[in-house]
Design a protein around this ligand. Structure first.
Ligand code: ARG
Length: 560
């Protein structure tokens, strides 16, 4: 019952000498004004081959375009505009949604191929930052969207748990740290040591040397270094778990950088064998092309780098998961890093590097500036989530004091607000951090979408029925909602093709707004012949809103 398919089919015969089916489909558009029709076909491109002006072609086509589902076709200048038989189409779409339920909109594009998602990936001994929040939220949504498009997803947390910085931390801890302080308040304390380290190292560069030595010990498996590292890691993970728990995030594997400690040697050996490694300014590097910075593989003391671990990880993931796609949800500032990794893999003859995709996103800014961990200026994610939840609690206490499960609902609403605030913007946009804006429960927000669904559910509860489409509906308000519902499968595809959860978020806002207009105009519960049809609109809207929210990683409370 896809209107675009129907229109494409109807144009196929008259245009069989001019355009292929996919070409026709790609030209079909939505008219600027609803009153002009449901879909439009522009004729400019045909003028040359048909040797006629576009408006004449449009006129001729409008006379021959016909289908059981098309009410009429009219020429409007160079366009053929079509109007569909609203009753027939709406009955068909509503029936499909009610039959398929949450499966509506799913497709099999991915053919069950494995897709690896590397997302969240915070650094231990540092707070979970707003930047990692973006990776977590976008990554979670993209993995859900990939599944909806027929892929099998492997969700990996590539924890930043290896590297020179842990050497620095061990140096700081052994020199001026206190076990009790770390136990009481792990991450802030460790972070303070790290900040202090950099301050002190400015006057005493020998500290840097000592830090490097500690990391070297760690890479070599030294007992004391390993014990300290493991302790820092465990304490950090405990805090991260709390955030994941609030957000409802799960991973299939927590394979941090340390996981690759024993998997880098073969990669470095291969690079050496293939003659790709060169010595440059005290390090071993792979040149990546004229004018491009080289990719650092090992330092002169033999210790490895961030890139070395990513190379080992890529090879491991290909071997282990035989991925169709491997997606890295990491900030745009790491563009160069991923270019280099792909470049090096290509040189190694791993042609599957073309299936690795870096999905970048913009920064979270505070007063127009990037937030930095180094200087200790950072907003703690857990605090943001907690503030959002208590704000939601206040709202509920005010608006619906009798609500059962207040605490659980407040959590779903508060977290939903934070997640939606991020996902409603295209991911490359930088987001100005504003707690106030995040917590607004009106306008273009998650709670607004959640509330629209609650409203739909409560109508169904009152009616004690989900409705069955009978004759279909044809009034403007219903048609506007049906057309939105009809878009969902396309929206799911587009969100995946562009790696853009905002496509789903914006869609949910426009479906919610169409439904709220419908709710304002139509007496849904009036007991007439169309009651079943109207209730099936309401039930379908609820199915699609819930499924859309689920894709974004947001819960849909039954009441709020
Ligand atoms: N821990 C890194 C950071 O915070 C992000 C890791 C991203 N994933 C990767 N495979 N490099 O910058």
């Amino acid at each position: 019952m896809n209107m675009k398919d129907i229109f494409t089919k109807a144009l196929e015969e008259p245009l069989k000498n001019e355009l292929s089916e996919p070409q026709i489909a790609s030209l079909i558009e939505h008219p600027k004004h609803e009153a002009h029709g449901d879909l439009a076909f522009p004729c400019f491109q045909l003028a040359k081959s048909m040797k006629k002006p576009p408006h004449m072609i449009a006129q001729e086509l409008s006379e021959v375009v016909a289908s059981q589902e098309i009410e009429k076709a009219v020429a409007a200048g160079p366009y053929v505009n079509v109007f569909f038989k609203r009753r027939k189409i709406s009955a068909g779409i509503l029936e499909e949604i009610l039959r398929k339920g949450a499966e509506y909109g799913s497709n099999t594009t991915g053919e069950k191929g494995n897709t690896v998602f590397d997302f969240s990936s915070p650094n231990i001994a540092k707070p979970f930052s707003m930047g990692h929040l973006r990776s977590t939220i976008i990554g979670q949504a993209l993995a859900n969207i990939a599944e909806k498009n027929g892929f099998n997803c492997v969700r990996i947390n590539h924890l930043g748990d290896w590297g020179t910085q842990f050497g620095k931390l061990m140096c700081a801890y052994t020199r001026w740290g206190a076990e009790d302080d770390v136990r009481k308040c792990p991450i802030p304390t460790l972070m303070k040591y790290y900040v202090d380290f950099h301050e002190k190292a400015e006057n005493d560069p020998s500290l840097l040397e000592e830090g490097r030595a500690w990391f070297k010990k760690l890479e070599l498996g030294d007992g004391e270094a390993t014990k300290l590292w493991k302790w820092f890691r465990d304490e950090s993970l405990k805090e991260f778990e709390r955030v994941y728990d609030l957000l409802g995030i799960r991973f299939d594997h927590v394979q941090g950088e340390s996981f690759y400690n024993d998997k880098m040697t073969p990669v470095v050996a291969e690079l050496t064998e293939k003659g790709l490694l060169t010595k440059s300014e005290g390090a071993y590097v792979v040149e990546t092309g004229p004018g491009k910075p080289p990719c650092l593989i090992t330092k002169t003391d033999g210790t490895t780098l961030y890139a070395t671990r990513d190379l080992a990880a890529a090879v491991y993931r290909k071997t282990t998961f035989d991925f169709a796609k491997s997606v890295y949800v990491v900030g745009a500032e790491q563009q160069l890093h991923f270019d280099q990794i792909k470049n090096v893999l290509r040189k190694m003859g791993r042609e599957w590097e073309k299936d690795m995709v870096h999905v970048p996103f913009g920064l979270i800014l505070k007063d127009g500036k990037k937030m930095s961990t180094r200087k200790g200026k950072i907003i703690l994610l857990e605090d943001v989530l907690k503030d959002a939840i208590s704000q939601a609690e206040e709202n509920i206490a005010l608006k619906n004091p009798a609500l059962e499960n207040k605490a659980a609902t407040a959590r779903e609403v508060g977290v939903g607000a934070v997640v939606f605030h991020d996902l409603k913007n295209e991911r490359m946009n930088s987001v100005e951090f504003s707690l106030e804006q995040m917590l607004t429960f009106e306008g273009e927000t998650g709670p607004y979408v959640q509330y629209t669904n609650v409203r739909a559910r409560s109508i169904l509860t009152k009616a004690r029925a989900e409705g069955t489409p009978q004759e279909g509906l044809e009034d403007d308000a219903s048609w506007a909602v049906v057309k939105e519902l009809h878009e969902f499968p396309d929206v799911v595809r587009r969100a995946w093709q562009t790696y853009e959860p905002s496509v789903i978020a914006r869609y949910l806002l426009s479906l919610a707004s169409a439904f709220n207009k419908y709710y304002g105009k139509v007496k849904i519960l009036e007991n007439d012949d169309c009651l079943g049809d109207r209730l099936s609109v309401v039930a379908s809207v609820s199915i699609v809103l819930q499924e859309g929210l689920r894709l974004l990683g947001i819960k849909a409370p039954r009441q709020m």
